[in-house]
Design a protein around this ligand. Sequence first.
Ligand code: CTP
Ligand code: CA
Length: 228
Amino acid sequence: REEARAAGPLTGKKVVVTAGGTVERIDPVRYITNDSSGKMGFALAEAARELGAEVVLIAGSTQVQPPAGKGIELERVQSAQNMYDAVLRHFDSSDIVIKAAAVADYRPAVQADRKIKKSGDTLTLELVKNVDILEQLGRKKNGQLLIGFAAETNDLEHYALDKLRRKNCDLIVANDVTSEGAGFGTDTNIVHIYDANGLVQKLPLMSKQQTARRILELAAQRLPGAQG
Ligand code: CTP
Ligand code: CA
């Protein structure tokens, strides 16, 4: 049965959300990843759909099930490079791009095509830097509203604004992962949202669903042509 979708402030808009952690292969049976649960990205995808958007959800490794159904197109990816390629395919046609994914900063310099055999007492794995997806999008953007995330343990405002400027984002959502109820794996978050002029909003401890809704409402207000 076709579900009718209510019109909202994002009706007719395309929103790309990246979620989860990237997986960087060492060999066919081993990899490097991180603790990203995917919850914040998935909540953002659902909130965007609720506000009327067509959502493309690009997800790496996650601990929870992604939302599915009408209005959300799911693409699974592994590495940062895969995620970048997937985002680029949708970038020109998107209105809002939200980078909630925990992208690995480095990947193994070599991906062995056979299982690495045990040998000496030590093994050194050489890592090389991954593409910074958000920074590249910041350079390429032509009208898209770009939203980044910053998870920090200290000097939240300083690092968040530095990332926003370096990556040419329109908004950055920063959270202090050391505070109770915020960060990886939790169902709640405490975020501060900044734009190029500084603090826009401090959100109190709330569910990731509520946080996502507030972020998308703010984004909708900042789209070209939106009312005050
Ligand atoms: N990001 C990205 N590509 C990367 C690394 C990060 O697109 N290779 C994005 C993340 O999805 C997030 C933002 O950049 O939206 C900030 O990520 P974060 O890890 O906090 O910042 P880094 O620039 O990687 O700096 P550091 O890890 O040293 O704090
Ligand atoms: Ca990083």
